[in-house]
Design a protein around this ligand. Structure first.
Ligand code: HPA
Length: 279
């Protein structure tokens, strides 16, 4: 889809959602594998299944029930994406990032991105949480290709600090206070849907990737384009191919993400409350 059409679609979807709710979120949160129950922490004001928004991409992956949840996390007005769409599902990349742009237009200032990822860095174990310090995007299509949406941001966005330092420091401070172990590293997005080969994992390690997954980076790029503050956290759900004696399975990824969910939930909730106070 050309950038012009993508801009028109964004405007249409924005008007449709604004026709349904006037809720003003300050924080956006994309829930990755294992965090599907996160909504129970939220005082829900309005739930909007993606399927009720005309033209909106709907996730086809098991465990990715797709809906926006608008509500309050303590005093903080938040919108959660329960389920995201992935490029490997066959959507145009501009559709994959449409929900992020929509949340930006709805007024969020800070975006929390979560995912399940394969661990590459020596010493990582399944169940670890990894604060994303930076990313490698060269294996996924850049979602800003096409006419620039100049009302959203510049043609050539700076990418020096995609994952806001102030937010990273807050996550580490809260992890320390709550005694939640947190690793740090560089996340690399591949398209999937195949998991990587051991040779690809050796390549990614050489290139400086600490974790690998099939989401998040394209979302971070459009969020950065719009000038949002971004915080990314991965749940290392498995050791990447070749570092793990067993073949990878979606069930294993889901099980490890479920196991980490209570720690992940506490870290996110406390961070969002601390950050949201100052918005
Ligand atoms: N590779 C890619 N994506 C993933 C993985 C992995 O090992 N684990 C969870 N998502």
């Amino acid at each position: 889809m050309s950038g012009t059409n993508a801009a028109e679609k964004l405007e249409r979807v924005y008007q449709a959602v604004r026709g349904l709710t006037d809720f003003q979120p300050k924080v956006g949160l994309v829930l990755g594998s294992g965090l599907g129950d996160y909504a129970k922490n939220i005082q829900v004001v309005y739930e909007l299944p993606y399927s009720e928004i005309e033209g909106f991409p709907v996730s086809t992956v098991q465990g990715h029930d797709g809906r926006f949840i608008f509500g309050m996390l303590g005093d903080i007005p938040i919108v959660c994406m329960k389920g995201r769409v992935h490029y490997y599902e066959g959507y145009d990349i501009s559709d994959v990032v449409l929900p992020i742009r929509l949340m930006g237009k709805l007024g969020i200032k800070v975006l929390f991105l979560t995912n399940a990822a394969g661990g590459i860095k020596t010493g990582f174990s399944a169940g670890d949480l990894m604060l994303i310090t930076d990313h490698i995007s060269v294996f996924a299509p850049n979602p800003l290709i096409g006419p620039n949406m100049a009302d959203l941001g510049p043609r050539f966005p700076d990418m020096t600090e995609v994952y806001t330092k102030e937010l990273r420091e807050k996550v580490l401070e809260i992890a320390y206070e709550k005694d939640i172990p947190v690793e740090q590293g560089v996340y690399c997005q591949l398209t999937g849907p195949t998991y990587e080969t051991p040779a690809e994992i050796r390549m990614l390690k050489t290139l400086g990737a600490d974790a690998v997954g099939m989401s998040t980076v394209v979302e971070a790029i459009v969020a950065r384009h719009m000038g949002l503050k971004i915080c990314g956290i991965s749940c290392i759900s498995n050791l990447a191919a070749g570092l793990n004696p067993n073949p990878l399975s979606h069930a294993e990824v889901q099980a490890a993400a479920d196991e980490a969910a209570p720690r992940f939930t506490m870290l996110l909730t406390e961070t969002i409350k601390a950050v949201g106070k100052n918005l």
